[in-house]
Design a protein around this ligand. Structure first.
Ligand code: AMP
Ligand code: ZN
Length: 112
């Protein structure tokens, strides 16, 4: 995906502040944080959004949640955090490479 911002970040063509990396995913701090801790976790393989998750490629999503749980313990926010995925422009998705926002470090408002 030549034209994808997050593919370029994963490839190191655009700088980012890395939180974590393995063979399947990359995590980096959001450039416009909405909480004291706010980073994004993305699969290294390009998927445009959560609407492209299928039985064949879904394993990476479980892997990413396991990475998030591990980072929550290591970074000290396992007591309270939020994972958000905006899917589609109508839901506020601005970068069309699947990503999981991880927000922590403050009292997070209720959605309901
Ligand atoms: P979304 O609106 O759900 O698509 O989220 C995209 C997120 O990417 C936003 O929170 C942006 O602040 C963040 N973002 C955009 N460009 C960069 C960048 N170069 N490095 C880090 N985060 C970015
Ligand atoms: Zn991409």
């Amino acid at each position: 995906m030549n034209d994808c911002l997050f593919c370029k970040i994963i490839a190191g063509e655009i700088p980012s502040k890395k939180v974590y990396e393995d063979e399947l995913c990359y995590a980096f701090y959001d450039i416009s944080p909405l909480a004291p801790t706010h980073f994004l976790v993305v699969p290294k393989g390009h998927l445009a959004s959560a609407a492209e998750i299928t039985a064949e490629n879904a394993a990476v999503v479980g892997h990413i949640y396991a990475v998030i749980a591990k980072l929550a313990k290591e970074l000290g926010f396992a007591d309270g955090f939020r994972v958000v995925t905006n899917c589609g422009a109508a839901a506020g998705q601005t970068v069309h490479h699947l990503h999981f926002h991880v927000l922590a470090g403050t009292t997070l408002g209720s959605f309901n």
